[in-house]
Design a protein around this ligand. Structure first.
Ligand SMILES: Cc1cc2nc3c(=O)[nH]c(=O)nc-3n(C[C@H](O)[C@H](O)[C@H](O)COP(=O)(O)OP(=O)(O)OC[C@H]3O[C@@H](n4cnc5c(N)ncnc54)[C@H](O)[C@@H]3O)c2cc1C
Length: 385
């Protein structure tokens, strides 16, 4: 089968689209008082009360089975919601990773006990998870992780360090990729995933400040942390396969296309006004939209594969690579447009949003796997490596 055949275009079914109006009405009200430069943070924003409100509406864990507190609804229904959360710049950061990634991972590989204790709370917007993959000197080269969980009488003894862990200081659990046997020379072999209760003794979490002044990611240290025997997620030694399947959820979603969309919308609103209207700006808006539309179509096509329990790893890498290229182009192109105008004509709030997005945009091609690594994966998928 050719690689192009795997990117069949699909449509969001009508019953999922039907949700959009209700979600928009809710978000219009809920985000009305949040300034645009704060809404631009969206999935990095952190607001537990907002997460709980979404949980109460049944808008989190929609795809989890009802027996685990979920809605038993389709992946497309969830997709529509997520698109709207991002388009409105809703502060969804607190539940984001748990709902998008950790919940589906536990559903696929977790024990019944893990599913029963964790999933209902994720669906209520009350339990947050973080991803413990990266370590100093093992970011792109994940197979070289050194953090180790040694089997003992009580379960697993955890020692090591993770870095760049988004929201670790606010989270209840980390799903960590650790070495349970062998040495770093064994690479993918001997890696496992463990569920770490972050309130256990021996864990130190230190936030790291980013360029924009926010402290959303952290260093996490494990010093003789005693995990119980049932902390293992899935099978011992299968961590590499599990992590790769998990990354397809992380890489293909609308958040890899719409990180700059609050800025884009705000700028569009400005260039529709008599003060902002210019032919070259209209042309630029068209250029951005014609790049955004096919990426969105690809992301939706991948969603269908994920719903069929396939693991579209290469396709997800493609969407993330090209999606983040566009997400970085948007603030750069808008800066060119706005800085060539008379400063007094440009609304201050628009400039504030541009400043924030410009500061944060370099990380788009780092978080979730760097561009060079993704391009290597795509080349391999095409049989070129
Ligand atoms: C905002 C943000 C949030 C993050 N959140 C999390 C999180 O929650 N959990 C988590 O585990 N991690 C997280 N990360 C870490 C992120 O996934 C890593 O930063 C990323 O995978 C790269 O690893 P590194 O920083 O160690 O860079 P390195 O691996 O040291 O790479 C440095 C440079 O070398 C290039 N490079 C490395 N190896 C190769 C190769 N084989 N071929 C070609 N080029 C190569 C890379 O592409 C990159 O440009 C986050 C990062 C950011 C920026």
């Amino acid at each position: 089968m050719s690689s192009i055949a795997s990117l069949t275009i699909t449509q969001i079914p009508a019953e999922a689209e039907a949700l959009r109006a209700e979600v928009r009405a809710f978000l219009t009200e809920a985000t009305a008082k949040i300034p645009a430069h704060i809404r631009a943070k969206s999935w990095s924003g952190f607001d537990p009360e907002f997460s709980k409100a979404l949980g109460a509406k049944g808008w989190l864990g929609m795809t989890f089975p009802k027996e685990y507190g979920g809605g038993g609804r389709t992946a497309f229904e969830r997709y529509v919601l997520v698109e709207e959360f991002l388009n409105f710049g809703a502060p969804v950061g607190s539940h984001w990773i748990a709902e998008r990634q950790s919940g589906p991972l536990l559903l696929k590989y977790g024990t019944d006990e893990q599913k029963r204790t964790i999933l209902p709370k994720i669906a209520q917007g009350e339990l947050y998870c973080c991803i413990g993959m990266s370590e100093p000197n093992s970011g792109s080269d994940l197979a070289s992780v050194k953090t180790r969980a040694e089997k003992n009488d009580q379960g697993w003894l955890l020692n090591g360090q993770k870095i760049w862990t988004t929201n670790a200081h606010h989270c209840h659990y980390m799903i960590a990729l650790v070495r349970t046997s062998g040495t770093t020379e064994d690479r993918q072999k001997g890696l496992s995933q463990v569920l770490v209760d972050l309130s256990l003794p021996g864990i130190t979490v230190r936030p790291i400040e980013d360029l924009a002044g926010d402290s959303h990611f952290c260093e996490v240290f494990f010093d003789n942390v005693q995990l119980s025997a049932d902390a293992l997620v899935g099978n011992e030694g299968q961590g590499w396969e599990q992590v790769n399947a998990e990354l397809a959820f992380e890489r293909s979603g609308p958040e890899r296309i719409f990180s700059s969309v609050v800025l884009f919308d705000q700028w569009l609103a400005y260039i529709r006004t008599p003060a902002g209207k210019r032919p070259e700006s209209t042309r630029l808006a068209g250029q951005i939209l014609t790049r955004m539309a096919p990426l969105r179509a690809m992301s939706i096509a991948i969603q269908e594969k994920l719903a069929r329990h396939e693991s579209p790893i290469v396709e997800a890498a493609l969407v993330k690579d090209q999606g983040t290229v566009l997400e970085q182009y948007i603030p750069a192109a808008i800066a060119d447009d706005l800085l060539s105008r008379d400063e007094a004509d440009v609304p201050f709030e628009l400039m504030q949003t541009l400043t924030y997005v410009t500061h944060i945009a370099p990380c788009y091609t780092l978080r979730g796997g760097t561009r060079s690594i993704l391009r290597g994966m795509i080349a391999r998928g095409l049989g070129l490596r």
